[in-house]
Design a protein around this ligand. Structure first.
Ligand code: GLP
Length: 243
């Protein structure tokens, strides 16, 4: 392992609180910061904590901006399994962030290439991502950057692997309904963030967590590139660490 501060929490809830401390510190020192946000089950305790902290007057999201990592191709904002819907439901609808200050790749884009360029441009116009939140897939994917033979640079389209579709089918009525493709920030987009925070909880993440941070850096394990990021913090619970 080259870089990474690893913080071990006892439970997913404690991991969420420790992560929230980092978000709170950033938002207090830079009220108009740009957050890179993620979906999945892992960030939920963090999002609950951020909502509670704004209600308690500790954080103010009214000037914060956010850019999400990814979106399923073909799902619009009203689809309950779309990541835009997830973000509204689990975070944005409960905090003071302004709708125009949140971006998620458009799953219904008719000209995806133009959408990718506009997405990257908006991130740049907002001054770049200050803090990029990540979960991790069982195959080491971050965002929807699946294992492949290179590290994709920019926001792009990906075919989802069978493993990822299988893992995410729990949110859909059946495997057939899980989209086969997605739009995701690239590895380059993620690596350009000033600070990266990856949260991993649960025993099922143990193997890939260790492979990513203690194994070789390879596009076959996309998260392994984070070993080269100068400011990455991993927050894991006891189960993911292996205790
Ligand atoms: C999806 C998302 C990822 C997320 C991963 C793990 O594939 N695109 O951003 O990290 O799932 O999800 P979970 O946190 O539910 O294990």
């Amino acid at each position: 392992m080259l870089h990474a501060n690893i913080i071990k929490a006892a439970t997913p809830e404690e991991a969420g609180k420790l992560a929230a401390d980092v978000f709170e510190a950033l938002i207090r020192t830079k009220p108009a910061c740009l957050l890179g946000l993620a979906t999945g089950s892992t960030p939920l305790p963090l999002y609950r904590e951020l909502i509670a902290r704004e209600k308690a007057g500790k954080i103010d999201f009214s000037r914060v901006r956010s850019a999400n990592l990814d979106e399923y191709k073909g799902l619009g904002p009203d689809h309950p399994q779309s990541y835009r819907y997830f973000m509204q439901d689990n975070l944005f609808n409960h905090i003071s962030i302004k709708p125009e200050n949140t971006i998620v790749p458009d799953g219904l884009a008719t000209d995806p290439e133009a959408m990718f360029a506009a997405y990257e441009n908006q991130i740049e116009a907002w001054g770049g991502v200050d803090l990029q939140l990540l979960g991790i897939g069982h195959d080491g994917h971050i965002g929807f950057n699946e294992p492949c033979d290179h590290f994709p640079k920019m926001t792009h389209e990906v075919e989802l692997t069978a493993m990822t579709r299988e893992a995410n089918k729990r949110f859909f009525a059946s495997l057939d309904e899980v989209p086969t493709a997605a739009f995701t920030m690239g590895i380059g987009t993620v690596m350009a963030a000033r600070k990266v925070m990856l949260i991993a909880t649960g025993a099922d993440k143990k193997e890939i967590l260790h492979k990513s941070f203690f194994g070789p850096v390879t596009p076959e394990v996309p998260a392994s590139i984070l070993q080269f990021h100068p400011d990455v913090t991993v927050i894991c619970d006891a189960a993911a660490w292996g205790e």
